[in-house]
Ligand binder design. Structure first.
Ligand SMILES: [Zn+2]
Ligand SMILES: [Zn+2]
Length: 337
């Protein structure tokens, strides 16, 4: 089967590798849609990660082994990672934090089968939720990181329809957050540095869009919220400036979820947490028990998902897809293996 390999800075190759097989309760899935996430960072560095390249997909079950709740031909979303499925974290739906993840090589006997930037993937059946007929493969693939991380954040923040939410960072994750918040009926303020993506934010229904390069974002947010600040904020940019803006723009007793990754923010326990009463949480993904809700949001929002997906490429054109992501003039980019 074909698989993407990064073989140097700004260099990719399509490699022919062994096709994996269904084994025990792991199903073999033919990948139809593989959105790309942060893999372009490895493209610029020129190194393969020490885990499979690509983690978002949807596809069709083509081979099964032992008893499985799935059938050949089922259309499924491919959830990320290889968690054990048995520990308390997995059982509670927080499999993303599992400490006992499978090593694909030692479980299947071959090192291939874990990458979504390939023609086939193997996955434990319980991590393959079925796609309802209302959704296409491309739309359903947004249930991974298109809608997922911000949906997890909104669940942790107990979003209500009366809230005004700030989302910083209009990458594909932040843009997906707008879809989730508008589905709840709440207001959303979006900040982003790229005009192409800010325009997408507008098309997805953001109530106020601010480019912090040209504006005093904090002042505009306060003006929009009668001087008080937002109830809730989600940082999807992962920069110190955007994370600090979330803290400073959230009103007293409000709550903030950090989805974008970095380790440099200084938190003032006294001013930020004690005096302002803010609640800060870190969110990587969503609790798997929310999958049915997320599928319903995807069905209600499928037109918006079509807007979020701005480009599709054949796997042979992965090089072009990574370059496009570097320009940031795109929403979600989907590879069609
Ligand atoms: Zn586990
Ligand atoms: Zn992702």
């Amino acid at each position: 089967m074909k698989k993407v390999l990064i073989d140097g800075p700004y260099s990719t190759k399509i490699q022919e590798v062994d096709k994996p097989k269904a084994l025990k309760d792991w199903a073999l899935v033919k990948i139809h849609s593989a959105p790309i996430c942060t893999e372009y960072k490895f493209f610029t560095e020129g190194i393969m990660p020490d885990y499979p390249l690509g983690h978002e997909a949807s596809g069709e079950v083509v081979e099964l082994c032992d008893d499985s709740s799935l059938n050949i031909g089922d259309r499924v979303v491919v959830m990320p990672q290889y968690p054990c499925g048995k520990c308390n974290l997995c059982k509670s739906g927080e499999y993303i934090h599992c400490l006992d993840t499978f090593d694909i090589q030692s479980f299947t006997g071959i090192s291939e089968g874990g990458s979504t930037l390939a023609e086939y993937i193997v996955k434990p059946s319980w991590l393959l939720p079925k796609i309802p007929h209302e959704l296409t493969y491309d739309q359903a693939s947004m249930i991974c990181c298109g809608l997922g991380p911000t949906y997890g954040a909104l669940d942790r923040l107990n979003l209500s329809e009366n809230d005004t939410v700030l989302i910083t960072g209009m990458g594909p994750v932040g843009l997906g957050g707008i879809i989730n918040i508008k589905d709840f009926g709440a207001k959303v303020i979006a900040t982003g540095h790229n005009e192409y993506r800010n325009n997408l934010a507008k098309n997805l229904g953001a109530d106020l869009i601010i480019n912090p390069k040209n504006n005093n974002a904090l002042k505009l947010i306060k003006e929009f919220t009668n001087g008080l600040g937002v109830n809730k904020a989600i940082d999807c940019a992962g920069s110190v400036d955007s994370q600090r803006l979330c803290i400073d723009a959230t009103k007293r007793n409000g709550s903030i979820a950090f989805v974008g990754e970095s380790n440099d923010l200084k938190i003032n326990v006294s001013n930020d947490l004690i005096r302002n009463g803010l609640t800060l949480v870190g969110v990587w993904h969503y609790n798997y028990k929310l999958i049915d809700d997320l599928i319903k949001i995807a069905i209600r929002s499928k037109d918006k998902l079509n807007t979020l997906i701005t480009h599709k490429f054949k796997i042979e054109d992965i090089h072009e897809a990574f370059y496009l992501q570097l320009t940031r003039n795109c929403g979600k980019v989907v590879i069609k293996p």
